[in-house]
Write a protein that binds this ligand. Structure first.
Ligand code: NAP
Length: 251
Protein backbone atom coordinates (compact mmCIF):
# COMPACT_ATOMS: atom_id res chain seq x y z
CA UNK A 1 0.00 0.00 0.00
CA UNK A 2 1.60 3.28 -1.13
CA UNK A 3 1.67 6.28 1.18
CA UNK A 4 -0.51 8.29 -1.24
CA UNK A 5 -3.25 5.76 -2.10
CA UNK A 6 -6.56 7.65 -2.07
CA UNK A 7 -4.72 10.98 -2.12
CA UNK A 8 -4.94 13.71 -4.73
CA UNK A 9 -1.66 15.59 -5.07
CA UNK A 10 -1.05 18.87 -6.88
CA UNK A 11 2.49 19.76 -7.90
CA UNK A 12 3.10 23.14 -9.57
CA UNK A 13 5.84 23.60 -12.16
CA UNK A 14 5.82 19.83 -12.56
CA UNK A 15 6.31 19.48 -16.33
CA UNK A 16 10.04 18.98 -15.72
CA UNK A 17 12.89 19.12 -13.21
CA UNK A 18 12.28 18.84 -9.48
CA UNK A 19 8.50 19.14 -9.88
CA UNK A 20 8.32 16.26 -12.33
CA UNK A 21 10.47 14.00 -10.11
CA UNK A 22 8.12 14.78 -7.20
CA UNK A 23 5.02 14.10 -9.31
CA UNK A 24 6.58 10.80 -10.35
CA UNK A 25 7.31 9.83 -6.74
CA UNK A 26 3.76 10.69 -5.57
CA UNK A 27 2.34 8.67 -8.48
CA UNK A 28 4.64 5.69 -7.77
CA UNK A 29 3.31 5.67 -4.22
CA UNK A 30 -0.30 5.49 -5.37
CA UNK A 31 -1.34 9.14 -5.59
CA UNK A 32 -3.46 10.67 -8.33
CA UNK A 33 -1.39 13.65 -9.43
CA UNK A 34 -2.27 16.95 -11.05
CA UNK A 35 0.66 18.42 -12.97
CA UNK A 36 0.26 22.19 -13.13
CA UNK A 37 2.64 24.09 -15.39
CA UNK A 38 2.64 27.21 -17.55
CA UNK A 39 2.52 25.31 -20.82
CA UNK A 40 -0.68 23.29 -21.21
CA UNK A 41 0.81 20.73 -23.62
CA UNK A 42 3.90 20.20 -21.46
CA UNK A 43 1.68 19.73 -18.38
CA UNK A 44 -0.52 17.18 -20.19
CA UNK A 45 2.47 15.30 -21.65
CA UNK A 46 4.12 15.08 -18.22
CA UNK A 47 0.90 13.81 -16.60
CA UNK A 48 0.55 11.19 -19.34
CA UNK A 49 4.07 9.87 -18.61
CA UNK A 50 3.46 9.32 -14.89
CA UNK A 51 3.16 5.76 -13.60
CA UNK A 52 -0.36 4.54 -12.87
CA UNK A 53 -3.52 6.20 -14.12
CA UNK A 54 -5.97 8.96 -13.25
CA UNK A 55 -3.49 11.84 -13.47
CA UNK A 56 -4.26 15.27 -14.89
CA UNK A 57 -2.19 17.96 -16.63
CA UNK A 58 -3.42 21.56 -16.55
CA UNK A 59 -1.83 24.66 -18.07
CA UNK A 60 -1.72 27.08 -15.15
CA UNK A 61 -0.01 30.35 -14.30
CA UNK A 62 0.42 30.19 -10.52
CA UNK A 63 0.89 33.96 -10.35
CA UNK A 64 -2.60 34.69 -11.78
CA UNK A 65 -5.56 34.19 -9.43
CA UNK A 66 -8.12 33.33 -12.15
CA UNK A 67 -5.82 30.63 -13.56
CA UNK A 68 -5.15 29.20 -10.06
CA UNK A 69 -8.84 29.13 -9.11
CA UNK A 70 -9.77 27.41 -12.36
CA UNK A 71 -7.01 24.80 -11.99
CA UNK A 72 -7.77 23.97 -8.34
CA UNK A 73 -11.49 23.77 -9.17
CA UNK A 74 -10.78 21.33 -11.99
CA UNK A 75 -8.55 19.17 -9.77
CA UNK A 76 -11.23 18.86 -7.11
CA UNK A 77 -13.97 18.09 -9.65
CA UNK A 78 -12.02 15.79 -11.98
CA UNK A 79 -9.80 13.96 -9.46
CA UNK A 80 -12.36 13.95 -6.65
CA UNK A 81 -10.60 16.01 -3.96
CA UNK A 82 -7.32 17.56 -2.88
CA UNK A 83 -4.99 16.38 -0.11
CA UNK A 84 -1.44 17.49 -0.90
CA UNK A 85 -0.15 20.72 -2.45
CA UNK A 86 3.46 21.17 -3.47
CA UNK A 87 4.34 24.77 -4.39
CA UNK A 88 7.32 24.15 -6.65
CA UNK A 89 6.91 26.42 -9.73
CA UNK A 90 9.81 28.80 -10.04
CA UNK A 91 11.92 31.01 -12.27
CA UNK A 92 15.17 32.94 -11.99
CA UNK A 93 15.89 36.41 -13.36
CA UNK A 94 19.38 36.94 -11.97
CA UNK A 95 21.12 40.31 -11.97
CA UNK A 96 23.25 42.39 -9.66
CA UNK A 97 21.16 44.84 -7.66
CA UNK A 98 22.26 47.93 -9.61
CA UNK A 99 21.22 46.31 -12.90
CA UNK A 100 18.08 44.50 -11.75
CA UNK A 101 14.95 45.80 -13.46
CA UNK A 102 11.61 46.26 -11.74
CA UNK A 103 10.22 43.58 -14.09
CA UNK A 104 12.91 41.08 -13.01
CA UNK A 105 12.04 41.75 -9.36
CA UNK A 106 8.27 41.49 -9.95
CA UNK A 107 8.37 38.34 -12.09
CA UNK A 108 10.40 36.36 -9.56
CA UNK A 109 8.43 37.53 -6.51
CA UNK A 110 5.14 36.93 -8.36
CA UNK A 111 5.86 33.34 -9.37
CA UNK A 112 7.45 32.16 -6.11
CA UNK A 113 5.71 34.13 -3.40
CA UNK A 114 2.40 35.24 -4.88
CA UNK A 115 2.13 31.85 -6.59
CA UNK A 116 2.52 29.99 -3.30
CA UNK A 117 0.04 32.38 -1.66
CA UNK A 118 -2.64 31.98 -4.35
CA UNK A 119 -2.29 28.21 -4.58
CA UNK A 120 -2.32 27.75 -0.79
CA UNK A 121 -5.34 30.00 -0.40
CA UNK A 122 -7.26 28.06 -3.04
CA UNK A 123 -6.27 24.71 -1.47
CA UNK A 124 -6.88 25.60 2.19
CA UNK A 125 -10.65 25.83 1.68
CA UNK A 126 -10.71 22.12 0.92
CA UNK A 127 -8.10 21.22 3.54
CA UNK A 128 -9.91 23.04 6.37
CA UNK A 129 -13.29 21.63 5.39
CA UNK A 130 -12.00 18.04 5.42
CA UNK A 131 -9.68 18.64 8.42
CA UNK A 132 -6.73 17.26 6.44
CA UNK A 133 -4.05 18.62 4.18
CA UNK A 134 -0.32 18.84 3.47
CA UNK A 135 1.53 21.77 1.95
CA UNK A 136 5.16 21.45 0.86
CA UNK A 137 6.75 24.70 -0.26
CA UNK A 138 10.04 24.96 -2.13
CA UNK A 139 12.54 27.45 -0.76
CA UNK A 140 16.28 27.37 -1.57
CA UNK A 141 19.71 27.68 0.03
CA UNK A 142 19.76 31.01 -1.85
CA UNK A 143 17.35 32.26 0.84
CA UNK A 144 20.51 32.71 2.93
CA UNK A 145 21.92 35.10 0.31
CA UNK A 146 23.41 34.63 -3.15
CA UNK A 147 25.19 37.16 -5.34
CA UNK A 148 23.01 38.25 -8.27
CA UNK A 149 19.80 36.88 -6.73
CA UNK A 150 18.34 39.71 -4.61
CA UNK A 151 14.88 38.98 -6.06
CA UNK A 152 15.13 35.18 -5.77
CA UNK A 153 16.69 35.08 -2.30
CA UNK A 154 14.09 37.53 -0.95
CA UNK A 155 11.30 35.39 -2.41
CA UNK A 156 12.82 32.14 -1.11
CA UNK A 157 13.31 33.52 2.42
CA UNK A 158 9.76 34.90 2.17
CA UNK A 159 8.60 31.34 1.51
CA UNK A 160 10.09 30.29 4.86
CA UNK A 161 8.13 32.95 6.80
CA UNK A 162 5.02 32.12 4.81
CA UNK A 163 5.49 28.44 5.72
CA UNK A 164 5.75 29.12 9.46
CA UNK A 165 2.70 31.39 9.41
CA UNK A 166 0.51 28.91 7.52
CA UNK A 167 1.65 26.18 9.94
CA UNK A 168 0.37 28.27 12.86
CA UNK A 169 -2.93 29.18 11.17
CA UNK A 170 -3.76 25.78 9.67
CA UNK A 171 -2.32 23.40 12.26
CA UNK A 172 -5.56 23.29 14.27
CA UNK A 173 -7.35 22.05 11.11
CA UNK A 174 -5.10 19.04 10.53
CA UNK A 175 -2.90 20.74 7.95
CA UNK A 176 0.90 20.41 7.97
CA UNK A 177 2.94 23.08 6.20
CA UNK A 178 6.67 22.65 5.61
CA UNK A 179 9.34 23.82 3.19
CA UNK A 180 12.31 22.20 1.51
CA UNK A 181 15.37 24.33 0.76
CA UNK A 182 17.34 22.53 -1.94
CA UNK A 183 20.99 23.24 -2.66
CA UNK A 184 22.37 22.69 -6.17
CA UNK A 185 20.03 20.29 -8.01
CA UNK A 186 20.87 19.27 -11.58
CA UNK A 187 17.98 20.62 -13.68
CA UNK A 188 17.41 23.01 -16.59
CA UNK A 189 17.40 25.85 -14.04
CA UNK A 190 21.01 25.17 -12.99
CA UNK A 191 21.98 24.50 -16.64
CA UNK A 192 20.70 28.00 -17.46
CA UNK A 193 22.83 29.41 -14.64
CA UNK A 194 25.85 27.58 -16.11
CA UNK A 195 25.15 29.18 -19.49
CA UNK A 196 24.98 32.65 -17.88
CA UNK A 197 28.38 32.02 -16.26
CA UNK A 198 29.85 30.83 -19.59
CA UNK A 199 30.29 27.23 -18.37
CA UNK A 200 29.21 23.88 -19.79
CA UNK A 201 26.51 22.25 -17.59
CA UNK A 202 28.82 19.28 -16.79
CA UNK A 203 31.66 21.57 -15.75
CA UNK A 204 29.32 23.62 -13.53
CA UNK A 205 28.04 20.42 -11.89
CA UNK A 206 31.60 19.16 -11.36
CA UNK A 207 32.67 22.40 -9.67
CA UNK A 208 29.61 22.36 -7.40
CA UNK A 209 30.15 18.68 -6.53
CA UNK A 210 33.81 19.35 -5.60
CA UNK A 211 32.78 22.14 -3.22
CA UNK A 212 30.09 20.05 -1.50
CA UNK A 213 30.77 17.97 1.63
CA UNK A 214 29.20 14.85 0.06
CA UNK A 215 31.09 15.47 -3.22
CA UNK A 216 28.11 15.28 -5.53
CA UNK A 217 25.35 17.57 -6.76
CA UNK A 218 21.74 16.93 -5.82
CA UNK A 219 19.32 15.19 -8.14
CA UNK A 220 15.57 15.92 -8.45
CA UNK A 221 14.94 12.51 -6.81
CA UNK A 222 16.65 13.77 -3.61
CA UNK A 223 13.96 16.42 -3.30
CA UNK A 224 11.19 14.00 -4.30
CA UNK A 225 12.11 11.63 -1.45
CA UNK A 226 12.00 14.51 1.05
CA UNK A 227 8.72 15.89 -0.30
CA UNK A 228 7.08 12.47 -0.12
CA UNK A 229 8.13 12.08 3.52
CA UNK A 230 6.91 15.56 4.54
CA UNK A 231 3.61 15.08 2.69
CA UNK A 232 3.02 11.63 4.16
CA UNK A 233 1.33 10.78 7.44
CA UNK A 234 4.73 9.72 8.79
CA UNK A 235 5.55 13.43 8.98
CA UNK A 236 2.36 14.46 10.77
CA UNK A 237 4.16 15.89 13.85
CA UNK A 238 6.42 18.03 11.67
CA UNK A 239 5.13 21.46 10.72
CA UNK A 240 6.45 24.97 10.12
CA UNK A 241 9.92 23.63 9.29
CA UNK A 242 12.33 24.32 6.47
CA UNK A 243 14.51 21.33 5.72
CA UNK A 244 17.77 22.09 3.90
CA UNK A 245 18.48 19.31 1.39
CA UNK A 246 21.88 20.37 0.12
CA UNK A 247 24.47 17.68 0.85
CA UNK A 248 25.77 19.83 3.69
CA UNK A 249 26.08 22.84 1.38
CA UNK A 250 28.53 25.39 2.70
CA UNK A 251 29.13 23.64 6.06
P1 NAP B 1 12.88 24.17 -13.82
O1 NAP B 1 13.52 22.94 -14.37
O2 NAP B 1 13.16 25.48 -14.47
O3 NAP B 1 11.30 23.91 -13.69
C1 NAP B 1 10.44 24.91 -13.24
C2 NAP B 1 9.09 24.70 -13.87
O4 NAP B 1 8.20 25.72 -13.35
C3 NAP B 1 9.11 24.87 -15.39
O5 NAP B 1 8.39 23.82 -16.01
C4 NAP B 1 8.42 26.22 -15.57
O6 NAP B 1 7.73 26.36 -16.79
C5 NAP B 1 7.44 26.22 -14.43
N1 NAP B 1 6.92 27.57 -14.18
C6 NAP B 1 7.56 28.75 -14.26
N2 NAP B 1 6.73 29.77 -14.01
C7 NAP B 1 5.51 29.22 -13.76
C8 NAP B 1 4.25 29.76 -13.45
N3 NAP B 1 4.04 31.09 -13.36
N4 NAP B 1 3.20 28.92 -13.27
C9 NAP B 1 3.38 27.58 -13.39
N5 NAP B 1 4.56 27.01 -13.68
C10 NAP B 1 5.63 27.82 -13.87
O7 NAP B 1 13.31 24.40 -12.28
P2 NAP B 1 13.75 23.37 -11.11
O8 NAP B 1 15.22 23.43 -11.01
O9 NAP B 1 13.06 22.07 -11.28
O10 NAP B 1 13.16 24.17 -9.85
C11 NAP B 1 11.94 23.82 -9.22
C12 NAP B 1 11.84 24.63 -7.92
O11 NAP B 1 12.97 24.34 -7.09
C13 NAP B 1 11.83 26.14 -8.12
O12 NAP B 1 10.99 26.76 -7.17
C14 NAP B 1 13.27 26.52 -7.84
O13 NAP B 1 13.39 27.87 -7.46
C15 NAP B 1 13.60 25.55 -6.72
N6 NAP B 1 15.03 25.30 -6.52
C16 NAP B 1 15.80 24.75 -7.51
C17 NAP B 1 17.13 24.50 -7.25
C18 NAP B 1 18.05 23.89 -8.28
O14 NAP B 1 19.26 23.82 -8.03
N7 NAP B 1 17.56 23.43 -9.42
C19 NAP B 1 17.70 24.83 -6.02
C20 NAP B 1 16.88 25.39 -5.03
C21 NAP B 1 15.54 25.62 -5.29
P3 NAP B 1 8.42 27.11 -18.07
O15 NAP B 1 9.54 26.26 -18.48
O16 NAP B 1 7.32 27.17 -19.07
O17 NAP B 1 8.89 28.44 -17.56
Amino acid sequence: MGRFEDRVVVVTGAARGIGYACAQRFAEEGGRVAVLDLDDTAAKDAAAQLPGSGHLGIGTDVSASASVDEAVGRVVTELGGLHVLMNNAGITRDNLLFKMSEAEWDQVVDVHLKGAFLMSQAAQKHFVEQRYGKIVNVSSTSALGNRGQANYSAAKMGIQGFTRTLAIELGPYGVNVNAIAPGFIATEMTDQTAARLGLEPDEFRRLNAEANPVRRVGMPEDIAATAAFLASDEGSYITGQTLYVDGGGKL
